[in-house]
Design a binder for this molecule. Structure first.
Ligand code: GUN
Length: 295
């Protein structure tokens, strides 16, 4: 029986450390980190993520700024708000929650590119993506950074291991592949990235020491797909109907957790695994942005 990696507990330790640092900075610099969040449209999952991000940042002692824009907002209205925040010295981090509404999907990159790279705590700006690709990261995207921090905390070494990532998104799969490849203590892995066109994913995951699922398909990864003793990191957040649940749905990951636990050495649960780490890393990136400015 494998270990369940408790991301929620690890994130609590990180929050406690951030809170202490923020209160010492308040005395030292007379200011606390500021995080601005922008939500466009009415995607219920996005609304709930943004609410958690605001709540956690306020609990940590940050100043929080938020703007809710309706579904029909234009590209210019959104970039106008971003530029205002770019010029506001009390704001250290800017986050535009993705995905944007359907009519703005094609403009996603150009909208995100208007965020000042020095405030791009998501790490999606080409300058930050480039710094990561070059091996000298400034802001590391929150979910991949959270995964590396979890591996560190659990002392799961990646050096020389075969890591198989399922998913090639700009938010998770692609930046995570770069981090695992980096010449660093929790890098130096051999990395395979699978996606929707990959043939015979099973034959690849069966060779993996570490499997990371970030594809958004409930219970995609089964016990047959992994080797004995593998580490499984589940990034999926999927809503599945459940009439017995109060809200009528339940959140599950991309992994058939119960079955996989019989064979794996460690598995991150959903909820309570990678998710809480993502928000903790957003706060850490914002704190780092604040610290860079004080130098
Ligand atoms: N949507 C899902 N994950 C993320 C994230 O890490 N950042 C932003 N901005 N949007 C997201």
């Amino acid at each position: 029986m494998g270990k369940i990696i408790d991301g929620k507990a690890v994130s609590k330790e990180i929050y406690a450390d951030i809170k202490t640092r923020v209160s010492s900075y308040k005395n030292k610099y007379g200011r606390v980190p500021g995080l601005a969040t922008l939500l466009v449209g009415d995607n219920p999952a996005s609304r709930s993520y943004v609410r958690s991000k605001i709540k956690r940042s306020e609990e940590a002692g940050f100043t929080s700024y938020h703007r809710d824009m309706d579904n029909s907002s234009t590209r210019e209205q959104i970039t106008g708000q971003i530029k205002e925040w770019n010029n506001d010295n009390s704001i250290d981090g800017i986050l535009v929650q993705l995905p944007l509404p359907e009519h703005l999907r094609k403009d996603t990159a150009s909208i995100m590119d208007t965020i000042d790279p020095a405030k791009d705590v998501d790490g999606f700006h080409p300058e930050n993506a480039g710094l990561l690709a070059r091996g000298t990261p400034r802001f590391i995207p929150c979910t991949p950074r959270g995964i590396i921090e979890l591996l560190k905390h659990e002392k799961i070494s990646t050096e020389g291991k075969h890591a198989v990532i399922i998913g090639r998104s700009q938010i998770v799969g692609l930046p995570l592949s770069l981090l695992l490849l980096m010449k660093s203590e929790y890098g130096n892995a051999t990395v395979t990235v699978c996606h929707s066109r990959t043939r015979d994913i099973s034959s690849l995951t069966q060779q993996a020491d570490i499997v990371i699922t970030a594809l958004g398909k409930p219970r995609f990864l089964t016990a047959e797909m992994i080797k004995q003793g593998a580490v499984v990191i589940d990034v999926g957040i999927n809503r599945v109907d459940d009439p017995a649940a109060k809200k009528g749905y339940r959140i599950v990951g991309d992994v058939d957790t119960e079955a996989v636990l019989e064979k794996a050495s460690a598995v991150t649960p959903v909820p309570g695994g990678v998710g809480p780490m993502t928000i903790a890393m957003l706060l850490l990136n914002t704190l780092n942005s604040f610290e860079i400015k004080q130098k």
